[in-house]
Design a protein around this ligand. Sequence first.
Ligand code: S3P
Length: 432
Amino acid sequence: MHKKLRKTSVPLRGEIFVDPDKSISHRAVIFSALAKGEGIIKNFLLAADTLSSCNCIEQLGVHVEREGSLVKVSGNGLYGLKEPLTVLQCGNSGTTMRLLTGVLASQPFFSVLSGDNSLNRRPMRRVLAPLGAMGAEIRGRDNGNYPPLAVKGGKLKGINYQLPVASAQVKTAILLASLDADSETVIIEPEKSRDHTERMLSVMGADLEVADLQVILRPGKELIAQEFVVPGDISSAAFFIVAASIIAGSELLIRDVGINSTRTGIIKVLQSMGGKIKLENRREIAGEMIADILVSSSDLKGIEIRGDIIPQLIDELPVLAVAMAVAEGESIVRDAAELRVKETDRIAAVCLELSKMGVEITELEDGFIVKGNPGCLRGGRVGSWGDHRIAMSLAIAGIAAEGETDIANAETVDISFPNFWKVLSGLTESDL
Ligand code: S3P
């Protein structure tokens, strides 16, 4: 599907909601499947990725009931999963595949996980190495680096593991595999990645201790089903935070967004660039902080970012590049090589597609340099590379650019934010 956009003739004003958090939705359904009792998930994200997790969980013998965004999971406990009859299809979802690999590593049966053409090219050794050290037997293409993965699960031993790169997916896979290991597991991250897993497993009764970059899990505790209320996804809100920041005259309130401090890098960096962003009505729901985000347009200045902040905004870097493009002065992003192994090579995709729209952007091995210029964006024919976050970033560039922008493969937004076009057209009064 092609999407054609024009520069918005109106500023972005009013109130919006964005779709529910993807990371928390995946975890809620997978963790509930391993718990005792009925897990209730309110405001579950109904998008392609999270539905992949639901489908796989059902194939593992767990009863999942859906009434719109209300999901009920009849947990079978840690030992209640069944050997799946066919391949577990994870679609485009790295979170589904990596988290389930952790779950299946300790189950006493055989299972196979596969994905689409993008997922089957994403690195899995990062999960297979620690799980292998715990005693799991998992095979994959290219000597265990790529899916499909074949898992022969069994009893595992605890591990003391230093993650080579900060990754919440890898951290979570190891923690899930550790729930019934024969000794404790210690994980140390180089930088802090999102901590939804630690919060949710603790609430469910796991014996988990977190100290800065270290997580310790002592096995042997059953998980107890809970009620989870999923907040709006800050990674989806990010597109509109940037849009309202760069379109003159905007004042936009984004309601009920998760503001977990391991996810708010985008807000901190935009504020440092001169962005006017306020968090209002802060409250805690089901162990996560939530707020309404008020964004007013502003003149942004270039910035250099690297190090610890990168994992806190890794998924937001493509849209942050759009903000950097129209900021005054140079911006530099470093230490973000992980972007190359996301749904697509996001460094290559952002640099090529934004350069088609008039942006002076140079690719680095681990990031990019943008020569910001407030008036630089012009429409062009661009492609999403089949990547939801690239499509949405280009759409935000499109409503700020002179002339027409044509985005190929725009349907990919359904992976994480199916209501994206509706929310965008509601604000720009155009018929997208
Ligand atoms: C996610 C972790 C991040 C992120 C992804 C979702 C998660 O990936 O990019 O979109 O839900 O745990 P990594 O674990 O590879 O950093």
